[in-house]
Design a protein around this ligand. Structure first.
Ligand SMILES: Nc1ncnc2c1ncn2[C@@H]1O[C@H](COP(=O)(O)OP(=O)(O)OP(=O)(O)O)[C@@H](O)[C@H]1O
Ligand SMILES: [Mg+2]
Length: 257
């Protein structure tokens, strides 16, 4: 792959589960995302990388309906989901985490998972907290992400890495088929990064598709099947990790060489 190669759509044999066409967003004079047409592969761990400010989070926010694009389309398979409300997109089985971890600090770890299933109403979620099957499922997920021993702790009292695991647990409560993670390893200690990586691999082996934004290159290169690289709001490369690592345009974007 060379610097001039446009990021390609995936080969026809591997359909895009989620894709964009000409997606664009400016904030005042800042062109955060510019005419982005990319596809993410079903059943794979897709990476989305790029220097700070290259538009990754803005792109995630548009795909998940949290901000409206100026122009362009978001497609799930053949269906346009452009400008759909976030809860409607979530109901399609698309879950996400946030770059700055979002948990309710004064709720317990278990309560955080119980409210995750009813994001429209905190009060009704807590009223329904004793719904036995939901509690059982929440406990199962806490065990899955490895923080079941913290069930009764308030979220503000657990480590940042544990909060990231808790947030991932909240995403899993909705049983999404596509999981978008914005910097899952950011600010997390190495032992927990390994646990997060293992979890992503296991969940992917169950057939869940991942789209992962991440700055930790070791993690990205080990974890991802396919990577798209953004620079200044535009995709500049796409390919398997080995291609990305040796791509002159990528080196230039990161190192300015
Ligand atoms: N709400 C906003 N208002 C104004 N400018 C914004 C807003 N959100 C993002 N931007 C700008 O858009 C550009 C892209 O930002 P974005 O957060 O999408 O980048 P990123 O690739 O996620 O960066 P990082 O790796 O640091 O998280 C940046 O120049 C940023 O300052
Ligand atoms: Mg970001």
């Amino acid at each position: 792959m060379t610097a001039t190669v446009e990021p390609t759509s995936p080969a026809p044999a591997t359909p895009s589960v989620l894709s964009t066409r000409g997606l664009t967003k400016s904030f005042g004079g800042v062109h955060a995302v510019r005419d982005v047409s990319v596809g993410f592969l079903e059943g794979k761990v897709n990476g989305l990388i790029g220097p700070n400010g290259s538009g990754k989070t803005t792109f995630f926010n548009m795909v998940t309906g949290m901000i409206k694009p100026d122009s362009g389309e978001v497609m799930q398979g053949e269906r346009s989901i452009t400008r759909w409300a976030p809860h409607r997109i979530a109901r399609l089985g698309i879950g996400r985490s946030f770059q700055l971890c979002r948990v309710f600090p004064r709720l317990t770890v278990l309560e955080n998972l119980l409210v995750a299933v009813r994001p429209t109403s905190l009060a009704s979620a807590l009223l329904g907290a004793h719904h036995a099957p939901t509690v059982a499922r929440a406990r199962e997920i806490l065990a899955r992400v490895g923080i079941e021993h913290l069930e009764h702790a308030e979220a503000r009292d657990i480590s940042y890495g544990q909060q990231k695991l808790l947030e991932l647990g909240g995403v899993l409560m909705a049983d999404p088929r596509i999981i978008m993670l914005d910097e899952p390893a950011g600010g997390v200690n190495p032992a927990l990064i390994e646990r997060i990586a293992t979890l992503i691999r296991e969940l992917n082996a169950e057939g869940r598709t991942f789209i992962v934004v991440e700055h930790n290159m070791d993690l990205v290169m080990n974890l991802c099947d396919h990577i798209v690289v953004f620079d200044r709001g535009r995709p500049i490369a796409a390919g398997v990790p080995a291609e990305i690592q040796s791509d002159p345009a990528v080196l230039e974007a990161y190192l300015g060489v």
